[in-house]
Design a binder for this molecule. Structure first.
Ligand code: C5P
Length: 213
């Protein structure tokens, strides 16, 4: 099963509606990743985590869909989704803010789960990295982490239960890892870069136009 987390405020992108419901390449952003998850043959159910009061927007964007209300942080939103996720052995967690989700990435994540508690798609860092003082941080061996992240559901549930309530986590794999779970890296995709700022919408549309040229 898959959790599509879409309960962020989405305000950094600007605009009248939260970014996950804004139009991207002619469709609400959330619909792109939702369709990719539903279309994948190994995913039997998709549960969408939305903000309070967004049921109508979700229905307009996705049609009949199972939703659960998220929390104040991404970690809380995932936890609430997990609580409603049933007993599936494996769960994928995907950000609605990463609308273009290639099926091959889902394949790689699920295949890697045979050998691990968690599998995460990553991209190598392409830019030179510096610290606040301008000193270069060697980029070799560093990766940017994307979603969908795949988990043995039990490992993820345990990791959420053990995580301190007052500590934030930017993704779920770090929580599994802290409890001693195995996390493997698989190749991600530039199509999965997150849409965070207004200019990211145009960049995402350009990537789609390029891929489908
Ligand atoms: O804020 P950020 O860009 O890290 O959010 C990543 C994903 O997590 C987005 O799809 C967003 O909607 C989701 N999220 C959530 N609940 C929150 C915060 C973020 O579902 N409270």
């Amino acid at each position: 099963m898959a959790l599509l987390v879409a309960a962020g405020s989405g305000t950094r992108v600007g605009g009248r509606v939260p970014k996950q419901f804004a139009l991207l390449a002619g469709r609400p952003m959330i619909a792109h990743a939702y369709d990719a998850l539903v279309a994948h043959p190994a995913i039997d159910e998709v549960l969408v985590v939305i903000g309070a009061g967004q049921e109508d927007m979700a229905r307009d964007a996705l049609g009949t869909v199972r939703t659960v209300t998220g929390g104040a942080t991404r970690r809380e939103s995932v936890a609430r989704g997990l609580a409603a996720a049933g007993e599936a052995e494996r769960v994928l967690v995907h950000d609605a803010a990463r609308p273009f989700l290639p099926a091959e990435v889902i394949d790689r994540v699920l295949a890697a789960l045979d050998e691990a508690d968690a599998a995460i798609p990553v991209r190598a860092v392409a830019d030179t990295l510096v610290d606040d003082g301008g000193g270069v941080v060697p980029r070799a061996g560093l990766h940017r982490v994307q979603t969908p992240q795949g988990f043995r559901r039990r490992a993820l549930v345990e990791a959420h239960a053990a995580w301190p309530a007052d500590e934030e986590a930017t993704d779920d794999a770090q929580m599994v890892r802290r409890l001693g779970g195995t996390v493997v890296l698989v190749q991600g995709d530039t199509m999965l870069d997150k849409v965070t700022y207004p200019e990211d919408i145009a960049a995402a549309e350009a990537r789609v136009a390029w891929e489908t040229r």
